[in-house]
Design a protein around this ligand. Structure first.
Ligand code: AMP
Length: 136
């Protein structure tokens, strides 16, 4: 079964498309955090960052820069959040990878500052070592 975003790529369902090339398509999110909120989606589906084609993933970020600038120049955004939810516990709902490009305006109240946690003595160093070893 194809994802909702594959259906948009195939023009089986409508979308407000703002950009397209051979690798990605970008269209407006149907439930925007702010008006102009865009998604950038690989045409050839991968689920999220974990199974991503790195070249396409890099290209998605390249296009995110272009769209971010378009939101500033075209509709007057004064800031932009780039978000990628990867996995159910990270609030991913559509399991076809996508970057969110969310235009921001002064005092728009779109996001609350996320809650923060505190490290015990030495805990951050230990954790850094574990992550460093995992990616080595
Ligand atoms: P995520 O939680 O990162 O998986 O977000 C999925 C996003 O896709 C949500 O912000 C939805 O509003 C958006 N979305 C779902 N269906 C459509 C659609 N048909 N057209 C545009 N955006 C959609």
């Amino acid at each position: 079964m194809s994802t909702i975003f594959e259906k948009i790529v195939a023009r089986e369902i409508p979308a407000s498309i703002i950009y397209e090339d051979e690798l990605v398509i970008s269209f407006l999110d149907i439930n925007p955090n702010n008006k102009g909120h865009a998604l950038i989606v690989p045409k050839k589906k991968f689920v999220n960052i974990f199974d991503s084609d790195e070249m396409v993933l890099g290209h998605m970020m390249h296009i995110a820069k272009k769209i971010a600038q378009g939101l500033v120049d075209g509709v007057g955004a004064t800031g932009v959040n780039i978000v990628m939810n990867n996995g159910e516990d990270a609030a991913q709902e559509v399991f076809h990878a996508h970057l969110h490009v969310i235009p921001r305006y002064p005092e728009d109240g779109v996001f609350q500052r996320p809650k923060t946690k505190t490290y015990e003595d030495g805990e951050a160093m230990k954790l850094a070592e574990e992550i460093k070893n995992a990616i080595a």
